[in-house]
Write a protein that binds this ligand. Structure first.
Ligand SMILES: [Zn+2]
Ligand SMILES: [Zn+2]
Ligand SMILES: [Zn+2]
Length: 428
């Protein structure tokens, strides 16, 4: 059975997160997206954890579900929950300062209680849903695994410059240097929005990890921007753990539980894909940055070095390297964005909302519409231009201005002439 999971999520108790990020709304929107398992996010926050305990109940297989009386009537499925949080380790080691985000998956609520009690003794968990901990990624991992070895530690968005394992301004040049004796206790790394699996395949050091994707959503609509698709015997924590630990590069035969594929953002759309300087509205390719010695051509201050550049620096395989044993991936544009681009109006506009709602209700969620529904059926249920947009996304026929220094990239599916031509043709 396939399960689409998005582990990395934030509650309204994290900075810059929508007030709507409560469990019933997350449940409702995960159902619209087609997510089968969504992280609670922020389980270290005391108020949020109290809500989790009040509103969720364990399933027979060892995950969580929203209590029936809290489920929105409009929900089109019953997505499950898993206790997750993101922790921000900020520390100095061997003279270098590090800021590293880790996503933590816990097997059950009693384990979360243990984690919160233990971390609460030394750190302030109240101030933010994604708390800052003055402890190294290594020591935190050790502490968590001592509390319960079933806990899963996954370095988050590993390439982003400011807060990640390999970040240009915050990370390490090797996971081994960061995690040392605990390296083989890390099952997977998260690509983040600005990188995709092929970029990660290029570095042989990453062969020891699975590669997972998650949305890092701060609002219900952004759930599932990226996700990991599991093939599982049963929807349980044990099966999920087995899948996360099964590394297809290291074994000839596949167990019953494994990662089937990942669903990706176009990495260029991510906000740290290229190098650049937001203040000066300047984005650069790695080769251009090199020529300029890493300095902004406008203000001469250091550029923010993006993900593409970082991968280029650490990778030891050529661009385009593939390993057929790695799970496949597909690249998506959020459906509202795709419809908005097709109609040439904002993703939040009424026209977009009407088409979006009818498509997800008719075809059982956004992932189905984007990935599975025949294009002819989408055309019949909406407009030719919308169907054409989805077809182009499936075939990667897009023009993308790369994101940089915190600014998201911009996706264009049609040029204005093409759009007009398709719209006019469909009138006859
Ligand atoms: Zn993060
Ligand atoms: Zn996050
Ligand atoms: Zn500048």
């Amino acid at each position: 059975m396939q399960l689409i999971a998005d582990f990395h999520v934030h509650s309204r108790f994290s900075r810059a997160v929508s007030k709507d990020m409560n469990l019933p709304t997350m449940h409702e929107w995960a159902s619209y997206k087609g997510i089968g398992l969504v992280g609670t996010g922020d389980f270290t926050h005391p108020t949020w954890f109290a809500e989790m305990r009040e509103q969720l109940r364990p399933t027979a297989e060892g995950l969580l579900e929203l209590k029936p009386e809290l489920r929105a009537k409009s929900a089109i499925a019953n997505p499950l929950f898993i206790p997750t949080t993101e922790l921000s380790c900020i520390y100095t080691e061997a003279g270098a300062s590090h800021r590293i985000h880790l996503v933590i998956l816990a097997p059950d609520l009693p384990t979360v209680e243990k984690i919160n009690k233990s971390l609460g003794e030394n750190f302030n968990l109240q101030s933010d849903g994604r708390p800052i901990l003055g402890i190294s990624a290594h020591d935190l991992t050790e502490k968590l695994l001592n509390l319960n070895p079933k806990i899963l530690v996954i370095p988050a968005h590993v390439w982003t410059p400011w807060f990640s394992l390999f970040g240009s301004a915050s990370g390490y040049d090797s996971a081994q240097v960061c995690f040392r004796d605990l390296l083989n206790k890390i099952p997977a790394i998260e690509t983040g929005l600005s990188s995709d699996p092929p970029m990660n395949w290029r570095w042989s050091e990453l062969d020891k990890f699975n590669i997972v994707s998650a949305g890092d959503s701060h609002s219900p609509r952004k759930l599932g921007r990226e996700a990991t698709v599991f093939e599982l015997e049963k929807f349980g924590f044990k099966e999920l753990t087995e899948a996360l630990w099964f590394n297809p590069l290291a074994h000839a035969t596949r167990p019953k539980n494994y990662i089937a594929e990942t669903l990706e953002f176009f990495p260029e759309e991510g906000k740290y894909h290229l190098d650049g300087h937001a203040k000066c509205q300047k984005s650069l390719l790695p080769a251009e940055t090199k020529k300029l010695n890493g300095l902004c051509p406008v203000c001469k201050k250091p550029l923010t070095i993006g993900v593409l550049n970082r991968v280029e620096k650490l990778a030891d395989r050529p661009e385009g390297y593939k390993n057929p044993k790695r799970p496949p991936y597909r690249t998506l544009v959020p459906l509202e964005e795709a419809i908005g681009e097709a109609l040439d109006v904002g993703a939040g506009s009424k026209a977009v909302q009407e088409i979006w709602t009818s498509l997800i209700k008719k075809f059982g969620g956004e992932f189905n519409v984007l990935l599975e529904t025949p294009i002819a059926d989408i055309k019949n249920a909406s407009q030719e231009i919308v169907a054409e947009a989805i077809d182009r996304i499936r075939n990667g026929k897009l023009i993308i201005e790369g994101g940089y220094d915190g600014i998201f990239g911009v996706i264009k599916i049609f040029n204005p002439k093409e759009r007009k031509k398709i719209q006019q043709a469909s009138l006859f």
